[in-house]
Design a protein around this ligand. Structure first.
Ligand SMILES: Nc1ncnc2c1ncn2[C@@H]1O[C@H](COP(=O)(O)OP(=O)(O)OP(=O)(O)O)[C@@H](O)[C@H]1O
Ligand SMILES: [Mg+2]
Length: 372
């Protein structure tokens, strides 16, 4: 799938752009703070209905304006589709999704229409960051190919909030344990469903990641990702999740009531990332972290293709300059061979060999795009 036309109005430092992109490489060249990342952020927004950065929609509106609009025309194997987001902060705040001009009731209806894989500097937090960083990055990606997962996560967060508020009440002797038992059933049921969905994704993603890492390192490095229940116990199979969740409930019951907060469930799980059997976070070099994230992203290209029938659009923010020559060429070759549409940001003209028939180059200067 590829973006044919893209319009932005009043988004971040963009006043108005209307651009036709190459269906292969689009190189976005500009000095610092000109709008390269903002453009990738806007493209990504159309695949998930939100920014990949932890910001509020209001912050995305161009200063001194009260709305933004993102509009893309995408080509896939079936035909063309137009996706549009209109966000207004006028008398009332209003966010609207339109697909082929028709207003949709829910933002989640956007999911699955256009998929993208983004590799930005913050993605290194998959390795270096907290469990919450790892969960957020993988959750965002799973949601793109599984809108149901997104809806389940929303429901889970609602129930979690209610369970937490009940625990706080019980902690202050104002709530009933019987009520907790009722919530608990629903909570465990949904927790199990979410963990099962995550395991299913890992089952497909891990072998692909292993393969990509071996390709990137000439077979020298073996990358493994494991699901850690409650940040400690590895789970592989679906069978024992019920038991684990119930056991954890019993173990933590007293502490949950004393602290007035939920201490188990998918919002407390983690992923461990191992390189040649060692914890990558503790032992890997900078380059190994970067390569591992790249392997995960390349694996996602294949995973998305298998799930949706189309390659996603690849967004590479500030990535190429940090990779060594071999890894950079491998990446470019992979994209070329698979005919994936790719957006690459850089502060200088890329030295990578790209023939002009497959690449368009744009200069970005203070929120204006000029094709070179
Ligand atoms: N809501 C907004 N309205 C107007 N300008 C904004 C808004 N949000 C961010 N900006 C500005 O957008 C500019 C460009 O940001 P962006 O992150 O896209 O730069 P960049 O080209 O990726 O730079 P770098 O090479 O440093 O990564 C920044 O100077 C920032 O102040
Ligand atoms: Mg940037």
């Amino acid at each position: 799938m590829y973006i044919e036309n893209f319009k932005l109005i009043k988004y971040r430092n963009y006043d108005y752009i209307d651009e036709n992109f190459s269906k292969n490489f689009n190189i976005l060249i500009g000095l610092n703070a000109q709008g390269k990342t903002n453009l990738l952020e806007a493209i990504y927004y159309l695949s998930t209905g939100k920014s990949y950065r932890p910001v509020r929609d209001n912050d995305l509106i161009k200063w001194n304006s009260n709305f933004f609009n993102i509009n893309g025309i995408f080509c896939n194997c079936i035909g063309k589709i137009q996706l549009e987001i209109i966000y207004k902060n006028t008398d009332i705040v209003n966010k609207e999704v339109r697909i082929n001009g028709i207003k949709k009731n829910k933002i989640s209806e956007l999911l699955g229409n256009f998929t993208s894989v983004l590799f930005a500097p913050e993605d290194l937090y998959i390795i270096k960051g907290s469990p919450a960083d790892r969960r957020r990055l993988l959750d965002n990606d799973i949601a793109q190919v599984s809108p149901v997962y997104f809806i389940k996560m929303q429901k889970y967060n609602r129930i979690l909030n209610q369970r937490n508020s009940l625990l706080r009440k019980i902690c202050k002797n104002r709530g009933s344990i019987d009520e907790l038992e009722i919530w608990n059933q629903q909570f465990i049921e949904l927790s199990k469903d979410i963990i099962q969905r995550r395991l299913k994704v890992l089952e497909k993603l891990v072998p692909l990641t292993r393969l990509m890492q071996r390709k990137l390192t000439n077979g020298e490095e073996n990358l493994e990702i494991k699901y850690l229940f409650s940040k400690k116990e590895e789970i592989k199979s679906n069978n024992d999740i019920d038991e684990l969740l119930n056991a954890e409930y019993e173990n933590l019951r007293k502490e949950e009531i004393i602290r007035g907060i939920t201490l188990f469930g998918p919002h407390r799980d983690d992923y461990s990332i191992l390189l040649n059997g060692m914890n990558l976070k503790s032992f890997g070099s900078q380059g190994q972290h970067r390569t591992a994230v790249l392997a995960i992203k390349l694996a996602e290209l294949e995973f998305f293709k298998a799930e949706t029938g189309e390659y996603p659009v690849l967004l590479l923010d500030d990535v190429l300059s940090e990779l060594d020559k071999n890894r950079r060429e491998h990446l470019i070759q992979t994209i070329k061979n698979k005919e994936i549409q790719c957006f690459i940001t850089t502060t200088e003209n890329l030295t990578v060999e790209l023939d002009n028939s497959s690449a368009k180059r744009f200069n970005i200067n203070q929120g204006k795009l000029i094709e070179m």
